[in-house]
Design a protein around this ligand. Sequence first.
Ligand code: COI
Length: 371
Amino acid sequence: MFVTRRIICFFVVKLVFMIETMGIQVTRAGVSKLHDVNFENLPFGRYFTDHMLEADFENGEWKSAEIKPYQPLLLEPSTAALHYGQSIFEGIKAYKDQNGQAQIFRPYDNLKRFNISAQRMEMPAVPDELFIEGMKQLIALDHNWIPAKPDYSLYIRPLLFATDALIGVKPSESFKFLILLCPTGPYYSAPMRIYVEEKYSRAAPGGVGFAKNAGNYAGAMYPTVLAKKQGYDQVLWTDAFEHKWLQEVGTMNVFFVFGNLAVTPSLEEETILAGVTRDSVVSLLQEMGLAVEERKIHIDEVTHAYREGKLTEVFGTGTAATISPIKELRYKDFDMHFDVASWKIAPGIKRRLTDIREGRVADTHGWMLKI
Ligand code: COI
């Protein structure tokens, strides 16, 4: 009787496991590319692991997902996303803890943001089981690709795009969801030179600035190239009306440190991305004893504080870049220079975040999802 109950229990657990994992079909790569990649030189987003996850949304529902060898897609030239940009993505990172176990940093927060982006771009939500379980299975399969080196990680790129083969302008009815993985090193190798953008804008209230849609990044490329031609690494985006209120820096959220106070632009106008790293940095700054204000911040406040010697650090935060110090900020013809080597806050936050991600200190926030 006891043995029968245990057998039934075993099959129930197995069935639940199959349902929970959405029965993702796995086709393994015959040969691994792992040894073709030089892990000492990992430019961001250049190398992809052996496998990817693919799932299609058709006739109002998600079809079964597949993990398969990383490979090209076959698409109709009329694929809607190519024409109208109905396409969103996320950036997440996985690390190895001190026992070599893989763990993902705050993936549920990225899933939440992904589905907020999906709603704004009139796309279907991706369910937890597909996004989280699919990602876990994919990473488990390619766990040997997670670099075990400070500042290195496995970058996870979920994306969703419209696949209707139709160039009529209307929301697509079919979509493809993919998860790609790339081992990656530091995003910016050196502190950045930044130009305060006064002509072009990234986002306006009522627009799509808070969504992680492809077009936001396409629209930023031309102004960024212009800034690069003048020797800057990225631009600091300002509001679309006055070009005075600060929004984001390059593809990152931005923080200004005035002694014991840190200020970062607030989210209520929906012009900036609700960064997961931004949110983590707010918590860690508070734990370091700083006051943190999420509010509107005007460029004049920044230049005045600099002139008075009160602006001590400026840095960007993002999944790809983590914490990126700004060594020079140019507004009109005024140059603000920072002695990054003497900073305490940004390097302290970066160290703390890395320690949590690599399991050197306790994850008291419950940020890490073990695989
Ligand atoms: C990220 O930080 O994950 C980003 O999305 C920035 C960039 C690589 C697009």
